[in-house]
Design a protein around this ligand. Structure first.
Ligand SMILES: Nc1ncnc2c1ncn2[C@@H]1O[C@H](COP(=O)(O)OP(=O)(O)OP(=O)(O)O)[C@@H](O)[C@H]1O
Ligand SMILES: [Mg+2]
Length: 266
């Protein structure tokens, strides 16, 4: 990799604001967010409900327009979705008429990939998320957590350089969730994608991240960036360490003890 490619942030939010509605009833969901995310970084985003986390992610995904400012991916303005950005939503978004395997292969089929190659890749990711026994099942027959795991396999399968994940593990039971965290870190260390991961779970935010981005609400804005100076691979022992507790406490404080907001900014 040349230095010029590493110098350009993978994702750059530059003074990004987003207002919903017009006039007196309008609402400033995001207020001048500036943030650079480096190639290969893993950032997690936490903050109270309504602080603009999903709005920021949808803007980076090219699904929502900015009202002001710009977002660059690989140095280029975002004007819509792109294959280099895989998105996993808060609500699993599967095609209900397709089986698990067909959902996972969907993006590969669009790329024109031959059937045998598609099958090899879908087998790999369906196994990874523990859905091998349900490859031919339709989404309506799956539990919420299983649907979400299918959505994750589908996003991984197209091999995007950026994963934008909006509370992807929120619907999973605690045990599956911890397993998915480790799997996500495994694939990330092997393939060094850039990951932006929204969560309400402070432990999850610290366990996964290089940096935790803390946001504040009304208006939605950047509150604090907290580095996590724990080495990878992260381990169970690390979760229980005093160093981990220290970062967790810092994040907790930043999220739950935010100063009262200035209502005139809204
Ligand atoms: N399409 C929309 N139209 C109007 N208001 C919107 C729209 N999308 C989001 N908002 C408002 O913008 C604010 C930020 O919403 P957003 O979904 O980004 O928050 P969030 O941080 O993801 O919250 P949560 O943690 O609950 O998912 C909220 O007050 C929400 O009501
Ligand atoms: Mg959200």
């Amino acid at each position: 990799m040349t230095s010029s490619t590493t110098d350009v942030p993978k994702i750059s939010f530059q003074n990004v604001s987003r207002r919903f509605g017009d006039g007196a009833g309008s609402f400033l969901a995001l207020d001048r967010l500036s943030l650079d995310i480096a190639d290969g970084e893993f950032v997690t985003v936490v903050g109270p409900s309504g602080c603009g986390k999903s709005t920021a992610m949808n803007i980076a995904a090219g699904l929502t327009e900015v009202s002001d400012g710009r977002v660059l991916v690989d140095g280029k303005d975002v004007h819509g979705p792109g294959p280099e950005r895989g998105v996993i939503f808060q609500q699993y978004a599967l095609f209900p008429w397709l089986t698990v395997r067909q959902n996972v292969e969907f993006g590969l089929r669009i790329k024109g990939m031959p059937a045998t190659e598609r099958r090899r890749i879908s087998d790999h990711f369906i196994n990874l998320v523990g859905l091998a026994d349900f490859a031919d099942a339709l989404p309506k027959t799956l539990s919420g957590g299983m649907k979400q795991r299918c959505a994750i396999a589908r996003a991984y399968a197209v091999n995007p350089t950026i994963l934008l994940m909006d509370e992807p593990f929120g619907a999973l039971d605690a045990l599956t969730r911890v397993g998915m965290q480790d799997q996500l870190l495994d694939t990330w260390t092997q393939e060094r994608r850039t990951v932006v991961f929204i969560t309400h779970d402070v432990d999850e935010a610290v366990y996964l991240a290089n940096r935790v981005i803390v946001m504040a609400a009304r208006p939605g804005r950047l509150q604090e960036i907290i580095p996590v100076d724990l080495p990878y691979p992260r381990t169970e022992a690390m979760r229980l360490s005093p160093e981990f507790a220290e970062v967790r406490n810092r994040v907790w404080h930043a999220v739950y003890h935010q100063k009262p907001q200035i209502e005139s900014n809204i």
